[in-house]
Design a protein around this ligand. Structure first.
Ligand code: SAH
Ligand code: DHB
Ligand code: MG
Length: 222
């Protein structure tokens, strides 16, 4: 099936999402730097962009930058007065991302902060740069529940939180605890189940990134 998933993703991306030189260049430079091909698909990037526009997001937080591909998609949804902060542990990824943000013309609204997110998130709280309207969690999967809790803390009431890679080819069903990434996703789901003030759903996806999915949540009422 994955040949069809790829072909359909290409078809939809070409006609509906629409090709874009700066986004293509971000992917090319990410690959050229030897970084893994794990950015969101074009269709998913556009979904993040549309969500940001739909909620009129002015402040966006991203956990996990890589080459800045998803960052560019979301930054483009911001007004000139908007702000996006993306957290990345690998300084080399950060450098590639910064060049890509500049080429896409969004370096005025989007910035990359280097460090382990569990170290940089508390700094954001101290700085009071929030509250964020949209939080996209896409870094190491073992810490997903911690990032989600930070999203609740730094997000405004009613903030939208999106979590990538929560299905992983169905691996989410593995309750053995052997895979720390899967365990992270399962802990998120337990957390979501325990928080009455958070409404969430999880949607399975197929496409150029295989069979995976994302969780979409609203953090309380605005
Ligand atoms: N959001 C990007 C893809 C991110 S890939 C896109 O769709 O375009 C995941 C990124 O998270 C990698 O660049 C990895 O270095 C980073 N990462 C991994 N562990 C991290 C941590 N503890 N803190 C911050 N970033 C981390
Ligand atoms: C991986 C990480 C991602 O964020 C993703 O979308 C796909 C794969 C990974 O670490 O393998
Ligand atoms: Mg991802």
């Amino acid at each position: 099936m994955s040949d069809t998933w790829n072909a359909v993703d290409e078809y939809v991306s070409g006609l509906v999402v629409k090709p874009d030189a700066a986004l293509d260049a971000a992917l090319t430079s990410t690959a050229a730097a030897g970084m893994p091909p794990i950015a969101v698909s074009a269709a998913q990037g556009k979904l993040l962009h549309l969500i940001a526009r739909m909620i009129g997001a002015e402040r966006i937080l991203e956990v996990g930058t890589l080459g800045g591909y998803s960052t560019i998609w979301m930054a483009r949804a911001l007004p000139a007065s908007g702000r996006l902060i993306s957290l990345e542990i690998d300084p080399r990824h950060g450098e590639v991302a910064r060049a890509n943000l500049a080429r896409a013309g969004v370096d005025g609204v989007a910035e990359v902060r280097i460090g382990a997110a569990l170290d940089t998130l508390p700094k954001l709280a101290e700085e009071k740069v929030g509250p964020f309207d949209l939080v996209f969690i896409d870094a190491d999967k073992a810490n997903i529940p911690e990032y989600f809790k930070w999203g609740l803390k730094l997000g405004r009431p009613g903030a939208v939180i999106v979590v990538d890679n929560v299905i992983r080819n169905g691996a989410v069903l593995d309750d053995s605890g052997r895979d720390a990434n899967v365990a992270g996703v399962r802990r998120l789901n337990e957390l979501l189940n325990s928080l009455p003030e958070v409404e969430a759903t999880t949607v399975q996806t197929v496409g150029s990134k295989g069979y995976d999915g994302f969780t979409l949540a609203i953090a309380g009422r605005s």
